[in-house]
Design a protein around this ligand. Structure first.
Ligand SMILES: [Fe+2]
Length: 251
């Protein structure tokens, strides 16, 4: 790959471009491979590692031990969201991570109109212009515990919103899975160990991400990079003024 695409459309394979132009609304959530250019997907893990390897921030929110030590009632536990993942801080455009992503062209691509159009094509919904973006990195043992991504306190998000994730695992990843609720049980399993996989979700719903597992002897270098966008529904006429989706890591 000689140039990082400024428009997301230029990172799409022929199949991805067909989906963009003739959307058939695959559904509320799904996972597809083969939608991104092979050379783009191959190049991304090393490019992201070089750009962000020294400026990721660890998000480490374990299960509080007091939920067991202080418990007084049988079977009364309530599991809060627990997570361990690395994230690039993009809230400030002057942060080291933001500057590196700008330089690499990732930021422009995630802000491009065709990235928004792709999210609309996959979700089958009109989505608001002005969306949140994040870059996450899972290393061996990194995971996200069960949660819903429900934001009932936020009027613009309480009735649901759309996440679009692009996954780039390097060759050292053995597996990582997304487990989602289906008919009230956590039984739907999707592999996240892809290079160039596209997943999209109409949130909220119960889900968790299993710990990333490296291939034997490759624990030091296994990485799963995630580029993601969070999209609110397009405003109806005479609705609230535009807001932004909260930038919470989700997968
Ligand atoms: Fe999530």
């Amino acid at each position: 790959m000689k140039h990082f695409p400024r428009e997301f459309e230029d990172a799409l394979s022929a199949r991805g471009r067909r989906l963009l132009r003739r959307p058939n609304a695959p559904g509320r959530r799904g996972a597809l491979t083969g939608l991104l250019r092979r050379d783009f997907a191959q190049a991304l893990p090393a490019l992201l590692e070089r750009a962000l390897g020294d400026c990721l921030v660890l998000m480490d929110e374990p299960i509080p031990p007091e939920l067991i030590t202080d418990a007084t009632e049988n079977y009364a536990e309530r599991l809060p969201k627990s997570v361990r993942v690395r994230t690039a801080l993009l809230a400030s455009r002057r942060s080291k991570a933001a500057l590196r992503l700008e330089e690499l062209g990732v930021s422009a691509m995630l802000r491009s109109s065709s990235f928004h159009a792709f999210a609309q094509a996959l979700s089958g919904r009109a989505l608001r212009k002005g969306w949140g973006t994040q870059v996450l990195c899972y290393e061996p043992g990194d995971y996200t515990g069960p949660h819903t991504d429900h934001h009932p306190e936020e009027p613009d998000a309480r009735n649901g919103y759309v996440d679009l994730h692009l996954t780039f695992c390097n060759d050292d990843v053995a597996h990582q899975w997304l487990v989602s609720e289906q008919d009230g049980h956590l039984t739907e399993v999707t592999s996240l160990a892809t290079r160039g996989g596209v997943t999209w979700y109409r949130l909220p719903f119960w889900h968790y991400t299993t710990p990333l597992v490296a291939k034997r002897g490759r624990e030091a270098s296994a990485r799963r990079w995630v580029l993601l966008g969070t999209f609110l529904d397009a405003r109806l006429p005479a609705s609230r003024p535009e807001g932004r989706a909260r930038g919470r890591p989700t997968k």
